[in-house]
Write a protein that binds this ligand. Structure first.
Ligand code: UD1
Ligand code: CA
Length: 499
């Protein structure tokens, strides 16, 4: 242990079944505010800079170890084969580092609200007390289900008793065990080795180390957490929702104090990993997830989900779902659009209503205003993509790219069959199916010419409202409802010229 290190090791107890979650997913992997519960505990304890971080795994060990490798590669999983209780779990962890001495932080893995500050306060209290073991406690209104801190007449901690083993008097105690302990490695090893299973659950309770060390004449301190919310565990889905709510409230309070307008905190959910700048505005029904960042002056919502997405200064995103994308400064999205990974909207660009994009760059000031699919595309600057355009990127086997130059005008209902390029300043005619490149400045037309079959309605739909309207417009039997322009109109060979 180096002098800067407050603790020699952090031991996270994460092997329990989590039976009350009724889940195929190990309890500590359930997500709260963008991190697993285990991830929160590791984030709160990482700043201690412990030389060793040991995570006791058991139930769902492959999943937990796999998650650890992804989020905390420096942490080491230690397998507890049989879940014989929290004391046994701590003993298994210490057995994995037989030569380790000095202060060890032992913490339950199901404490998603734990914060760095609370942990460092415990370290300070432990130092100040010169104790063999210091227990973090919490004074709570409702202690149901938690271990009670038993103190003697002088206020010294004498033991922890689990609720199911407590006397009625002990149950009335409202100072509870937070499940965070800081103890000297040697003292802990000695006590853990002596803990029995003489309790209602027949488990090896870590909490019994307190009474044993007190019996040895060691000093055991108990220090209450400043914010009792910090140490709330999570044993079922009702508690999971409550912890999520508390964490979200904390995140939103921090954002609001830092200058973000949150119109409706009750329906706004922001992961701990997301960032929002001052003077951004979050409308009701917004979720900001993962690594999302929102710049100043941006307006998000209402009813918008952003995952791993960057929103630039002054941009707006309304009623949309956005994944892994970048929305440039001053750009606008929605309402009702779906931006899939790799969408990159340049400054001042627009992706309007009912548009889906994927792996698509929309250049500065370019617009895709209505009802389009833009997949695997590069669009230059100042271009306009007409309503109902489809970037036809998939041939059934492979995806292909479409390139649209600067200041291009794509006519409404154009099918751009990739791979294809429309050069700078070119146009496409509405309704075209573009299968060949359009050179710069050209007009690409790829559609059937129109022909009108004169008098068709009078002859083929006699007596209909349409026929009466046509007659009123052109006079009875004039046959002047329009010229037959030739080409491939509706088949009516008896009346159309030129066929
Ligand atoms: C525990 C404490 C209780 C405290 C509460 C705070 C004990 C005996 N009781 O109760 O005093 O008020 O936390 O939330 O510790 N674990 C293992 N291996 C095992 C058993 C448990 O790794 O064999 C882990 C669990 O994954 C969990 C932690 O230890 O992270 C605590 O176990 P849990 O069953 O949740 O204990 P609680 O009943 O909540
Ligand atoms: Ca628990």
């Amino acid at each position: 242990m180096s002098p800067q290190q407050a603790v020699a090791a952090v031991v996270v107890l994460a092997a329990g079944q989590g039976t009350r979650m009724r889940s195929a997913t190990p309890k500590v992997l359930h997500e709260v505010g963008g991190r697993s519960m285990l991830g929160h505990v590791l984030a709160a304890t990482a700043p201690l800079g412990a030389g060793e971080t040991l995570v006791v795994v058991g139930a769902g060990r492959e999943a937990v170890a796999g998650h650890l490798a992804a989020v905390a590669p420096g942490a080491r999983p230690v397998v507890q084969d049989e879940q014989r209780g929290s004391g046994h779990a701590a003993a298994v962890a210490l057995a994995a580092v037989p030569d380790l001495g000095g202060p060890v932080l032992v913490v339950n893995g199901d404490a998603p609200l734990l914060r760095e500050r609370t942990v460092t306060d415990l370290v300070e209290a432990h130092r100040a007390a010169g104790a063999a073991l210091t227990v973090l406690t919490a004074r709570v209104a409702d202690p149901t289900g938690l271990g009670r801190i038993v103190r003697d007449g002088t206020g010294a901690v004498t033991g922890i008793v689990e609720e199911r083993d407590a006397t009625p008097e002990q149950r009335a105690i409202t100072e509870v065990n937070a499940g965070v302990y800081l103890g000297d490695a040697a003292a802990l090893r000695g006590a853990l080795a002596r803990i029995g299973q003489d309790n209602d659950q027949g488990e090896v309770y870590l909490t019994d180390a307190v009474g044993l060390l007190v019996g040895d004449g060691e000093t055991v301190a108990g220090t209450p957490a400043e914010d009792p919310d910090d140490v709330l565990g999570c044993n079922d889905r009702v508690e999971l929702a409550a912890r999520r709510r508390t964490l979200n409230d904390r995140v939103l309070d921090d954002l609001m104090r830092a200058g973000v307008t949150v119109v409706d905190p009750a329906t706004t959910w922001v992961d701990v990993t997301a960032t929002v700048a001052a003077d951004a505005l979050l409308e009701p029904g917004v979720q900001l997830r993962g690594t999302t960042s929102v710049a100043t002056g941006a307006v998000v919502g209402p009813d918008t989900t952003l995952v791993d997405t960057t929103v630039g200064e002054g941009a707006s995103v309304v009623r949309s779902h956005v994944l892994g994308s970048s929305i440039g400064p001053g750009a606008s999205v929605g309402p009702f659009s779906y931006l899939r990974p790799g969408s990159d909207l340049g400054p001042g660009s627009k992706v309007g209503a009912f548009v889906e994009t994927k792996n698509a760059r929309v250049g500065e000031g370019s617009k895709v205003p209505h009802l389009s699919y833009v997949g695997d595309a590069t669009i230059g600057r100042g271009a306009n993509v007409g309503a109902a355009t489809v970037f036809v990127n998939y041939d059934g086997v492979a995806k292909h790219h479409t390139t649209i130059g600067d200041h291009v005008r794509i006519g409404s209902d154009t099918m751009l069959v990739a791979p294809v390029t429309v050069g700078d300043g070119a146009y496409t005619a509405a309704g075209s199916v573009i299968t060949h490149d359009v050179p710069p400045g050209a007009m690409g037309v790829a559609r059937a010419a129109q022909r009108n079959v004169a008098g068709w309605v009078r002859r083929r739909r006699p007596g209909s409202a349409a026929a009466r309207a046509a007659e009123a417009a052109t006079g009875p039997g004039s046959g002047a409802e329009g010229d037959d322009a030739g080409g491939q109109g509706p088949s009516d060979t008896t009346t159309s010229r030129g066929s």
